[in-house]
Design a protein around this ligand. Structure first.
Ligand SMILES: Cc1ncc(COP(=O)(O)O)c(C=O)c1O
Length: 448
């Protein structure tokens, strides 16, 4: 029996010092911990027995809802049969099955799948694939990678280099990978505040890529990586026409376009991918999180067959073609969770459910317009954000207080700076959508 999970009283005797918590205000958290003990469906239960409605699908990842028995059972069976098998020069059948299931959900052509264990690893993998591809085709001078301001692409050195969030970069600035540049972000409150779905203004912002092509020469640029909808920075929805323009510029200059779909893949926007929703086919897609309902760490990179073939064919007849991989790539338990999760998505038509709930979600989140401190509301599919005015000299503290109030009232949200973000499991119902935003409204009235 585990004291931490079984009993809050016992828990208080446990020394919390050892676990250095990720992306957490450690001192603040450990002074007043928030501990979850169990979960089912749309709800967490805390160690002291409070039920919490999960408005963020954990970290944008539990799309089929918590503790799905089908997934648990599939993982259990797999662990009993084959707990681990290497995928370096060996393999196991469900790795191939999982790759096939994922490939079938990707836009046409992106049917070669490389597995990793986290979004960060998927991003770094995608960047390495881009470099290897150009080198294989005799364009090894294309080494420059382009990200976007305010982008979040995980925490590997590749990811923070192409990423555009200052706090994630500044302590490591001397060690970022060289030759990276960024296009401007798409956030402009004057032009697009309170847009419902895609803002109509801003397609031209994609032309910033042309500026970088003039500055660096396109023949030095390997790839551009963007989140089709920027998530972690606070849900920035791409302006109408923006992604098409990026696609066109990349095609014109022979630059690979990578969509980082770690958040958007698997139903968040009502389709398997954001690429499908927007009708734009990138060359590479990264995904993680909802790939297997976050039951076991897993991520993947879907690659255009041409890119895969160029790298594989350029390799030796009987030698490794791409020197990259992880001990746990396509781990049997993760692959089993992936297959079970994708079956749930299919049989319960959860992507369609997400699409059909999106109008209700949009109406409910935008009903917060006019409430205290609300300066913008953004949404697409089942993801949205409410941006608040910051307190003078104390940015981020107001959203944190709203987050705490919501938690007290039984709703788990997320916040980044003074932006509250929402991304519930796709099994949510209309009443629960109303409950989330009614709770946020009350919290907004209670914080100063
Ligand atoms: C778009 C995007 N890329 C990459 C990552 C990194 O994923 P992980 O935390 O699994 O490394 C995230 C995480 O939220 C993400 O949102």
């Amino acid at each position: 029996m585990n004291a931490i999970t079984e009993n809050i009283g016992l828990f208080q005797e446990v020394d919390m010092a050892n676990f250095w918590m990720p992306f957490t205000a450690n001192k603040q958290f450990k002074a007043a911990p928030r501990l979850l003990k169990s979960a089912k469906g749309m709800y967490f239960t805390t160690v002291d027995g409070q039920k919490i409605l999960d408005a963020s699908a954990g970290l944008w990842c539990v799309n089929a809802g918590h503790c799905r028995e089908e997934i648990t059972e599939a993982v259990h069976q797999q662990m009993m049969q084959l707990d681990y098998a290497p995928t370096f020069q060996m393999a196991h059948p469900i790795a191939f099955e999982a790759a096939q299931v994922i490939a079938n959900l990707m836009p046409k052509g992106l049917d070669r799948v490389f597995f990793a264990n986290s979004g960060s690893e998927a991003v770094d993998t995608s960047l390495k694939i881009a470099l290897a591809y150009h080198r294989a085709r005799g364009e090894g001078q294309r080494t420059r990678l382009i990200g976007r301001e305010r982008g979040y692409s995980g925490v590997g050195f590749g990811g923070i280099s192409v990423g555009g969030i200052l706090a994630n970069r500044k302590a490591f600035s001397g060690a970022l990978i060289p030759g990276v540049d960024h296009i401007s972000h798409t956030h402009n409150l004057t032009e697009m505040a309170f847009s419902q779905g895609q803002p109509t203004w801003g397609a031209h912002l994609a032309d910033d890529l042309e500026r970088l092509c003039v500055l660096h020469d396109p023949s030095t640029i390997a790839a551009v990586i963007v989140e089709p909808v920027a998530g972690s920075t606070g849900v920035l929805v791409p302006p109408d026409g923006y992604l098409q323009r990026l696609r066109d510029i990349c095609t014109k200059h022979g630059i690979l376009l990578i969509f980082d779909e770690v958040i958007t893949a698997f139903g968040r926007l009502g389709k398997a991918t954001a690429s499908e929703l927007f009708g734009i086919t990138p060359d590479i897609i990264t995904m993680a999180k909802a790939i297997n309902n976050a039951a076991i760490p897993m991520s993947a990179v879907a690659v255009n067959r041409n890119i895969h073939d160029s790298i594989v064919q350029a390799g030796p007849a009987a030698g490794i073609e791409f020197f990259h991989g992880y001990t746990y790539s396509a781990h049997p338990a993760a692959a089993a969770a992936c297959l079970a999760t994708q079956t749930i998505y299919r049989t319960e038509k959860l992507f369609d459910r997400s699409a059909s709930l999106a109008p209700k979600f949009e109406q409910a989140i935008h009903a917060l317009r006019g409430e205290p401190f609300v300066k913008d509301i953004r949404n697409i599919g089942l993801m949205g954000a409410v941006e608040l005015d910051s307190r003078d000299g104390a940015p981020g503290t107001r959203a944190y207080d709203v987050f705490l109030k919501c938690m007290e009232k039984g709703v788990l949200t997320r916040f980044t700076g003074d932006i509250l973000a929402f991304s519930p499991p796709l099994i949510i119902n209309e009443g629960q959508i109303e409950e989330i935003f009614a709770t946020v409204k009350k919290a907004l009235h209670e914080v100063g």
